[in-house]
Design a protein around this ligand. Structure first.
Ligand SMILES: [Zn+2]
Length: 75
């Protein structure tokens, strides 16, 4: 990273911060690590995370309502 790099905050939350550098690199700061990604890598990673999140939602959906129903019936 050059001295002249200027970082712009894209998003800042308690969990993570994403900065876009003037040289094009995206800095994804998580709790205990920082990812330095090129625009292409950033898009790929974002896409993969989104897909993984979708998979998790799909896997969790059928379980939750069943468990709640059983709990109510057992009262
Ligand atoms: Zn930079």
């Amino acid at each position: 990273m050059k001295e002249s790099c200027q970082k712009k905050t894209l998003i800042s939350t308690p969990e993570a911060e994403i900065l876009h550098c003037s040289c094009g690199i995206y800095h994804v700061a998580l709790e205990n690590m920082t990812l330095h990604l090129s625009p292409v890598q950033f898009r790929k990673v974002a896409r993969v995370f989104k897909l993984a999140l979708g998979m998790m939602t799909v896997q969790q959906k059928p379980k939750a309502p069943v468990a709640r129903k059983l709990f109510v019936q057992s009262k």
